[in-house]
Write a protein that binds this ligand. Sequence first.
Ligand SMILES: [Zn+2]
Length: 225
Amino acid sequence: MARVDLDVPFSEKDEAKALGARWDPQAKVWFVPEGRDPAPLARWLPQHHESDIEPEPEYAIRSPYYFLVESNSACWKCGSSTRVHAFMLPEGHEQFEYADEEDEGFTLDSPCGYWQRYGERGKVSNLYGLSPSVLAQLRSHTNRYKPAYSQQAGETYYMNHCEHCGAKLGDFYMHSEPGGAFFPTSPAQASTMVLHKVEAPFGGNGSMGYASDDFFEFMQCKSGE
Ligand SMILES: [Zn+2]
């Protein structure tokens, strides 16, 4: 679970702090720390007004810019080390949240909801849709991160394929196991990862994952390509 950002007016910051809110100096936002009960801070939870409600978008994850991450993983089939890719989104990316029937004042004729902003970096896994411009950018780097059926997940999503033998490399190990290609656990491991920063909007469908420390500052960043 990601943390929850709050809308705290400046004049109420001391009160929010006393009730457990924490300040993120980078994103300049107060938030409910992960694992903490948000109930005492409920009055500052972002309010969604009817005017914020939008119809279901084609892509439920969006960001003003993004990173294509390149890492390495051992292939389970041939044992060789192969390049693998994933998308990382910066602070301020948004996910579309569907409005519940219980939300007051909304009657749902068709799927709709609102955009929820996230104040931390995250990686996309189980990606199953990409906007044409992001896909074109991906294809300028690799043809081996492409839709394939996963027996384990029971669905089709963008999966990396070994550059030596073509075997499918599922997301689970690389994203969810500490030490996996996209789950660095040390500066040394992060320093083997390459970030390609793309100054263009991201649009896609999949799942966002958040790490308490992603060792971002140790990754090699390449921009302006
Ligand atoms: Zn292989």
